[in-house]
Design a protein around this ligand. Structure first.
Ligand code: ASP
Length: 439
């Protein structure tokens, strides 16, 4: 085995990221106005490789959620467990989101990032998140194939659970179908491993394209806002989550954060909880010891309804925009912001930039100008990447807590530093396979 194979997946992704950022910086400084470099290299090669990487991850989301959720539900001996799992996960998701946004608002009110900001000609075409009742009715699929074709996560979750319950209740035929789905699950998981192995190249392209296009001048007036959102994200991910995990489960938060690193890096580079879903599922089941049922249920649910990082941005941004427009928010308006931001995130999938759509809903509710979003949009991509890593960390933490409370968590796996490292030496496995075939 050579040295390259010994590097962990996280290390290889980090190298890809750093090399991409370095190339992007070089292009940013030297080739901003060189048309052919922009056309062929930045938008052509780098743009396409990055997009193919994200599309390939997205390709696995629907099959993975369907198959793993059917496996998880079909293996349940006690159907009531599903209700408990769901109840606990939803309560934790909403509570942590409310905490996140409150922290964002409180710190923004203290730091005052929007005081004295020039508004200029900001514009933003508002697109609002759907109302809660529509979200509720919209969770039920009229046509499961359409739900899958559109990647409608809540509808897919509902259909998969019902299908899984029916499998469990169907006696012999159900057993045969369950066996088939279990095999299918193993195969889809292997696809995830293959993709994780090419991630460093995908991440390289994504970072290089991003940095090549960054405009420093958009950052300067927004430095205070930018760093405040970053700081609150780090406090929530690095202090609030570890404390909640420790208090509710007694588990070691350092192990949790360390093992979750690959998923966080994927989330950061793709800015999409949804696209990261396959990696999050693989990491929480394989590395953190969360049971199949809990993970298959809570992770896709979390990728859709739990967005703590996004909530933090919304809290800080609301206060920032109010200050920039010289408007004072009342206590009632602050409470409205917390409630609206928590509720609005429920029906919206975790994809890049969706936080701004949710923010439009929140601003409208408290009577702030939606055009304010135009001021912060220039620095949103990097914040989007960071808050997506926080969103994914939150989803994973809740699945660990819920699983532990249901007695499903395999603590031996959680504490084993080498659990499920096979994705890091796929090439070694392939070599072994070749060997076996040859002999
Ligand atoms: N990109 C985020 C996610 O996928 C959502 C957002 O904040 O825009 O979780």
């Amino acid at each position: 085995m050579n040295d390259k194979k010994k590097l962990s997946l996280s290390a290889r992704i980090l190298i890809g990221m750093a090399a991409g950022a370095a190339l992007g910086m070089l292009l940013n400084l030297t080739a901003q106005d060189v048309d052919w470099v922009q056309d062929v290299l930045v938008h052509g090669i780098l743009g396409s490789v990055g997009r193919i990487f994200i599309i390939s991850l997205q390709m696995l989301v629907v099959p993975l959620v369907f198959v793993s959720l059917v496996c998880g539900t079909a293996s349940l001996s006690d159907p009531g467990k599903l209700g408990r799992l769901g109840g606990k996960a939803i309560v934790l998701y909403l509570l942590t989101t409310a905490m996140a946004i409150s922290l964002g608002i409180a710190l923004a009110a203290m730091v005052e990032p929007g005081k004295g900001v020039e508004i200029g000609q900001a514009s933003f075409a508002a697109r609002e998140a759907p109302p809660v009742w529509d979200v509720l009715v919209g969770m039920f699929p009229k046509n499961p194939i359409k739900a899958m074709a559109e990647g409608n996560m809540l509808q897919i979750i509902i259909f998969s659970i019902l299908f899984g319950i029916a499998v469990a209740l169907s006696g012999e035929p159900g057993k045969r179908i369950a066996g088939f789905f279990n095999d299918l699950n193993a195969v889809v998981m292997e696809l995830v491993v293959i993709l994780m192995n090419v991630a460093p190249y995908g991440v390289f392209a994504l970072m290089a394209k991003l940095v090549a296009g960054l405009g420093l001048d958009t950052f300067l007036p927004l430095l205070k806002y930018f760093f405040l959102v970053l700081a609150v994200l780090f406090i929530h991910g690095g202090v609030t989550y570890p404390l909640i995990l420790k208090l509710l489960t007694g588990l070691n938060p350092v192990i949790f954060l360390k093992k979750l690193r690959p998923a966080m890096l994927f989330a950061f580079s793709t800015a999409s909880s949804n696209a990261t879903l396959p990696v999050t599922l693989k990491t929480v089941t394989g590395r953190l010891g969360v049971s199949q049922t809990t993970a298959a249920f809570s992770i896709p649910l979390g990728a859709t309804i739990n967005m703590d990082g996004t909530a933090i941005m919304q809290g800080v941004a609301t206060v920032f925009i109010a200050q920039a427009y010289g408007m004072d928010l009342t206590l009632t308006q602050y409470v409205t912001v917390v409630l609206m931001a928590t509720m609005a995130s429920i029906g919206t999938a975790g994809v890049p930039g969706v936080g701004l759509v949710l923010l439009a809903t929140v601003l409208t509710q408290v009577g702030l100008p939606v055009e304010g979003i135009g001021i912060i949009i220039g620095v949103d991509r990097l914040l989007d990447m960071t808050r997506t890593a926080v969103n994914v960390t939150g989803d994973s933490m809740v699945s660990v807590i819920v699983d532990k409370s249901e007695g499903g968590l395999d603590e031996a796996v959680f504490n084993d530093p080498n659990a499920d490292l096979e994705e890091e030496d796929l090439s070694a496995q392939l070599e072994e396979l070749e060997h076996e075939r040859a002999s």
